[in-house]
Design a protein around this ligand. Structure first.
Ligand code: EPS
Length: 386
């Protein structure tokens, strides 16, 4: 069983992820993880914090000489901003807890509900953990899972398909071309015309002290049929992937394949007809199912979409109420990003990788990469013989 937890605050000393169940013998380096951490920090529309941070992972356990050992893998990302916050965030008694106090909750953020739940008067205790800074740890964890999937020939790509009102025109057929085009785009969008309009919209929102949301698509190529199961609700692959994507800060909607559009289609127009050829085996000409039928991968590429709301921290703040005196005020202004959809897209890739690696380990198992890949190849031989 694969599992992980993260710990850490936005302005604490570091973020940590502990990964359990990664088989021994997986080649993984800090540089490989750092590449994804850098992508998460990037994207047009990011704010001041990303000028301070240079996210780098320190592998504190479970990897030796470039290979996992089968022991828990501990990943630590230091917050460089800690230097400015160590007095306020000091875990010891004597911390400057009466400084940088937050009492005016931001509409759309966890501030107010979190303060009610945990009994805080200073909402800093809530925002420090609810901040999307936590996703640096999730990307580090998910990138180890991505490495495992890569060994099995499974490729994950993430694409920003909408920012605000701008919808991009994206073709998903060719994985390598898609990844190259995304890497060359400041908004991680392979449609140059759409990307240009997205950046203009981000510039306008920034000037107006506003924020923007959008949609990203995660595509997974090279999956075998049969990951996940219809047999029990908590084993459905779509349920697990939707839960993982929905758990990313600011995500308000998830679609698989045709998604919500499927509701207004006729069955005859929607379902992907089944064909067979000796060369391809069973195949489809369409992929409205988004690669999942009956809670299982069906062998077609996975197509997952997630909708991100605009970031709730606004330089032109909305109306709120001060928790201390109950008087109306403008909400607190914290430093923030105008748009973090490209960053969320990288997080989406990471959480998708984690769920898929979990489903792979459940089906094929193994304590070593050798065992896993042997069983995986055997399954492909079996499928060929069907
Ligand atoms: C983020 C770090 C945060 C924010 C952002 C994401 O840093 P700070 O709060 O110090 O500016 O830039 O998080 C939010 C806007 C939020 O509301 O959670 C990061 O590392 O991605």
């Amino acid at each position: 069983m694969l599992r992980y937890l993260t710990g850490g605050e936005s302005h604490g000393p570091s973020l940590t992820a502990i990964l359990d169940g990664i088989p021994a013998g997986l080649a993984v380096t800090a540089a490989y993880i750092d590449k994804q951490l850098t992508r998460r920090q990037g994207g047009y529309g990011r704010g001041g914090r990303m000028k301070i941070e240079r996210d780098r992972v320190a592998v504190a356990s479970g990897v030796r000489g470039g290979y996992t050992t089968g022991s828990p893998v501990t990943l630590v990302v230091k917050n460089l901003d800690w230097a400015d916050w160590s007095r306020v965030m000091d875990p010891e008694p004597g911390a400057a807890v009466d400084e940088r106090v937050v009492t005016r909750p931001r509409p759309g953020h966890a501030d107010l509900a979190g303060a009610c739940k945990y009994g805080h008067r200073d909402m800093r205790n809530v925002l420090e953990r609810s901040s999307a800074r936590e996703t640096a740890a999730r990307v580090a964890a998910g990138t180890v899972a991505r490495r495992l999937l890569e060994e099995l020939g499974i490729t994950i790509a993430g694409v920003v398909t909408r920012i605000g009102t701008v919808q991009a025109d994206v073709e998903f057929a060719d994985a390598a071309a898609l990844i190259k085009a995304v890497d060359g785009s400041p908004v991680y969008c392979p449609d140059p015309a759409g990307a240009g309009k997205m950046m203009e919209e981000i510039d306008r929102a920034g000037v107006e002290g506003d924020s923007l949301g959008g949609v990203f698509t995660v595509v997974v190529y090279g999956l075998p049929p049969g990951l996940g199961s219809y047999a029990q609700r908590d084993r459905t692959l779509d349920g697990r992937l939707a839960g993982a994507l929905m758990s990313i800060q600011a995500i308000k909607g998830v679609e698989i394949g045709a998604g919500f559009a499927a509701a207004s289609s006729r069955g005859s127009a929607l379902h992907d007809e089944i064909f067979y050829s000796a060369a391809k085996g069973f195949y489809r000409q369409t992929n409205n199912a988004g690669g999942i039928e009956g809670g299982m991968s069906n062998g077609a590429p996975l197509l997952l979409r997630a909708a991100m709301k605009p970031i709730p921290t606004l330089y032109k703040p909305l109306r709120s109420v001060d928790m201390a005196d109950k008087e109306p005020y403008a909400a607190s202004v914290e430093r923030s990003d105008v748009c973090a959809v490209p960053a969320a897209c990288v997080v989406g890739e990471a959480v998708t990788a984690w769920e898929l690696a979990g489903a792979v380990m459940e089906k094929f198992g193994g304590d070593t990469m050798r065992e896993l890949s042997d069983r995986y190849q055997e399954y492909f031989q079996y499928l060929k013989g069907l």
